[in-house]
Ligand binder design. Structure first.
Ligand code: GLN
Length: 214
């Protein structure tokens, strides 16, 4: 069997363990990333749920912000869930005054959007590319952001189906950047992680082919 790609989980704050477990179940070699040299070794990275303002602060303290921005600019596949979605967004509404994001994904997110309106929300949702032909994903929103605006090159993979947030965009993909407002890592359903592992695997294979050709 082909060994899975190496996928890191940014391990500064948040539900790191759950993502490591879901990635392992999905066939990746999952590793925690806290240092620049650990970041250098991964084929893909997950930004976990947690608190985006805290992760933002720790990224600067651990001197990971610039190396990570460089890797994202260089095409590193990244999956951000909840706080991770905020970190990937180019623009944030209702952020803390000095909050910065890593950016890369051409979306505007509204932070804590579900928090103000409905606190916490759960719903079974179809997610393009993930649930095709199968049952819906249990989407758990915990003080979650939603995507207020998505740029032209961004594919909308899921929207809320009912309730006060009906129609809001909650899963997107642009190139090798993937983001969800919800937390598939806590539901025991690893299909979103499988989707991301597949994306990373395709990227790694493409790279190997290019190297052979070169
Ligand atoms: N409200 C958090 C933030 O802004 C996200 C919450 C979560 O990740 N569950 O970062």
């Amino acid at each position: 069997m082909l060994e899975g790609p190496t996928i890191g989980v940014l391990a500064l704050q948040g539900d790191v363990r759950e993502h490591l477990a879901a990635l392992t179940a999905a066939g990746a070699r999952a590793v925690a990333v806290r240092r620049e040299r650990e970041l250098a070794e991964v084929d893909g990275l997950v930004l976990p749920g947690g608190e985006s303002t805290t992760i933002d602060r720790l990224l600067r303290t651990f001197e990971l912000r610039e190396p990570l921005r460089e890797r994202i600019a260089g095409g590193l596949p990244v999956y951000g869930s909840c706080a991770g979605m905020v970190l990937l967004a180019d623009r944030v509404l209702d952020g803390a005054p000095d909050q910065r994001t890593l950016g890369g994904l051409d979306i505007t997110v509204r932070r804590n959007a579900f928090g103000r309106q409905v606190e916490s929300w759960e719903e079974d949702l179809p997610v393009e590319g993930v649930t095709d032909g199968g049952h819906d994903v249990r989407a758990v929103f915990i003080r979650a952001p939603w995507v207020e605006r998505a740029g032209e090159g961004v594919r909308v993979l899921a929207r809320v189906g009912s309730g006060p947030a009906a129609g809001r965009i909650v899963a997107v993909r642009s190139g090798d950047l993937l983001a969800t407002s919800f937390h598939p890592e806590i539901t025991g359903d690893d299909r979103v992680h499988r989707y991301f592992v597949g994306l990373v695997r395709d990227r790694v294979r493409g790279r190997v082919r290019e190297e052979r050709r070169g």
